[in-house]
Ligand binder design. Structure first.
Ligand code: ZN
Ligand code: ZN
Length: 164
């Protein structure tokens, strides 16, 4: 997502309105690894650099940490970055450098997106989870007394759920 800042004068803004797709590592637990985001930002020239402010919005799908049902989560991440004009080498990884009045804002946007993906999410505050014995989704209605033996794999899962 290359943005040209050429010929921008002090105080002048460059507006970014775009739909951009980001690849999210599997470790974030999304059910789809490509996330389409609505990016809205303004980049204003100030002094020796630029101020980038805006939002990145996306709808992602995760598995509920208790019942493993697919769950929608809406992300609205704030972008607030200082972009520094640099001629030579990048000195600091935490600083975003603008070279030749051109910048790729995608890495900064991706960082903001990843930061706002929840580690754990629930399908609802009242999620009842799964039966510890048979794995029945207790949100699906009456279950009664469960007579089944504990499946060792589910026992492990229920252990994980207790830690959530
Ligand atoms: Zn749930
Ligand atoms: Zn059961």
């Amino acid at each position: 997502m290359i943005i040209s800042l050429k010929n921008t004068e002090e105080g002048q803004a460059v507006t970014v309105n775009a739909i951009e797709t980001f690849d999210v590592p599997e470790s974030y637990g999304l059910t789809e690894n490509a996330v389409s985001c609505d990016v809205r930002a303004t980049i204003v020239k100030r002094g020796d650099g630029y101020d980038m402010k805006g939002t990145i919005a996306a709808r992602v799908f995760l598995l509920c940490a208790r019942c493993l049902r697919e769950t929608v989560f809406d992300i609205l991440a704030e972008i607030d970055e200082r972009l520094i004009t640099a001629a030579g080498e990048d000195i600091d990884d935490d600083v975003i450098y603008v070279k030749n009045e051109v910048i790729d804002i995608k890495p900064a946007l991706k960082a903001a997106l990843l930061l706002n993906i929840p580690m754990k999410t629930l399908c609802g505050d009242d999620c009842k989870g799964l039966c510890e014995k048979c794995g029945f989704n207790l949100n699906d209605g009456a279950h009664g007394d469960c007579e089944k033996e504990i499946d060792p794999r589910l026992a492990k899962l229920s252990q994980i759920q207790k830690e959530v």
